[in-house]
Design a protein around this ligand. Structure first.
Ligand SMILES: O=C(O)c1ccc[n+]([C@@H]2O[C@H](COP(=O)([O-])O)[C@@H](O)[C@H]2O)c1
Ligand SMILES: Cc1cc2nc[nH]c2cc1C
Length: 357
């Protein structure tokens, strides 16, 4: 089977960012009571959000966080430091409020949604989880494509619905997160296909492999690439062959968010590979991405570079769950407050003239 007609929406171009609003916001920054440029990158964050939100009063108060979870067939190859059962166990933890992202979402007063795209252990009995069961995890991509076209299409649909709902409920910003044991192997293989890279340059520790574990993970990814590389004919096909359900759903959420003109705060390595995939499938999506942090996963720096991204912070985090993005939210909120609430030189009757001019 080839690409299903249900994916026709992927060819809708991303929304256009408002350059006039960007100029107005830049102008306002020069009028605020501070030496020009003295708020450093905070100035750029507010200017960027003003252009994306099409307003001189940008904000990041109404934020929706969606965590996409799924299992990976490639976990059978011993590519993670943790057993596959942890994906389902962490979904239960999310529903009980005990994971890092629960704590952050509460502290930030952000809404949090958990979507299970397909795990080995059934979580149907859990309340507060959106179930989109596409299978008991993906197939092992060392031997065959991870997904069928139908599964890929359904994962995209789950992502599409998530950003559609975020937009309809008036969110100012969207954070996508992921959880899935084995998904750094999947994201690494996908980045290798999209960027024509070798796995040695991108493969990292994930949840905590040692050097021997990393060497084995590289061998597994290299084997998968030798199977899929000659047959892969598009970024969408690359995602179907070596991606995961949650990576596909995130990619769909990003593409539709960009089409809607919803600013998207991108988390760590796996989320950035989904963002890269979105940009390869629907060029121009990256105008809507704000890269939150640089993860300590080896491949993240290279994938960020491929997107010409300069993330807000580097705290050497490597958790996933949207946690790095959530941690940067207060920076964006402060940037917006400063932009919106500081007095201008004329309002405060402060001399704007520099001695040098
Ligand atoms: O976001 C990151 O940069 C990141 C880096 C390494 C690991 N993770 C998380 O760890 C899990 C994948 O690690 P692994 O070793 O099982 O492939 C998955 O649940 C991710 O959310 C996340
Ligand atoms: C415990 C645990 C929590 C996580 N959250 C995201 N990925 C994870 C991986 C593990 C192993």
């Amino acid at each position: 089977m080839t690409q299903p007609a249900a994916l026709h929406w992927l060819s809708t171009p991303p929304a256009v960012t408002n350059q006039e609003m960007r100029q107005l916001a830049e102008q306002r920054q020069t009028q605020l009571t501070k030496p020009p440029g003295s708020l450093g990158r905070l100035e750029e964050f507010a200017i960027r959000l003003a252009a994306l939100q099409n307003t001189l009063q940008p904000g990041a108060d109404r934020v929706h966080i969606a965590i996409f979870a799924a299992d990976h067939g490639v976990a059978a190859e011993g590519v993670s430091a943790f057993p596959q059962s942890v994906t389902g166990e962490m979904i239960r933890n999310f529903t009980r409020g005990g994971a890092a992202i629960n704590v952050l979402a509460r502290a930030l007063n952000a809404s949090l949604e958990i979507i299970n795209l397909g795990t080995v252990h059934d979580t149907q009995a859990l309340a507060h989880v959106r179930h989109c069961h596409l299978g008991a995890g993906t197939a092992n991509f060392v031997h065959q494509p991870a997904m069928t076209w139908e599964q890929l299409s359904q994962a995209f649909q789950a992502g599409f619905e998530t950003t559609e709902h975020a937009q309809q409920t008036g969110q100012q910003l969207f954070i996508g997160g992921e959880m899935g044991i084995g998904n750094t192997a999947s994201a690494t293989a996908l980045a290798c296909l999209l960027l024509n890279e070798q796995p040695e340059r991108l493969t990292g520790r994930g949840t905590g492999l040692d050097e021997q574990g990393i060497a084995h993970k590289i061998t597994i990814i290299a084997r998968a690439l030798s199977l899929h590389r000659p047959q892969t004919d598009s970024p969408l096909d690359a995602l179907r062959r070596v991606g995961g359900f949650e990576i596909a759903a995130l990619t769909g959420a990003y593409i539709h968010g960009a089409q809607l003109g919803l600013p998207l705060l991108i988390d760590g390595f796996i989320s950035t590979v989904a963002a890269l995939t979105a940009e390869h499938i629907t060029p121009g999506c990256k105008d809507w991405f704000i890269f939150s942090h640089q993860s300590s996963e080896l491949g993240h720096a290279l994938v960020l570079k491929a997107l010409s991204a300069d993330p807000l912070i580097d705290l050497q985090m490597r958790l996933g769950e949207g946690s790095g993005a959530a941690v940067t939210l207060n920076l964006l909120r402060m940037a917006c407050k400063l932009h919106n609430e500081m007095a201008t030189f004329s309002e405060a009757q402060v001399s704007q003239q520099s001695e040098l001019s």
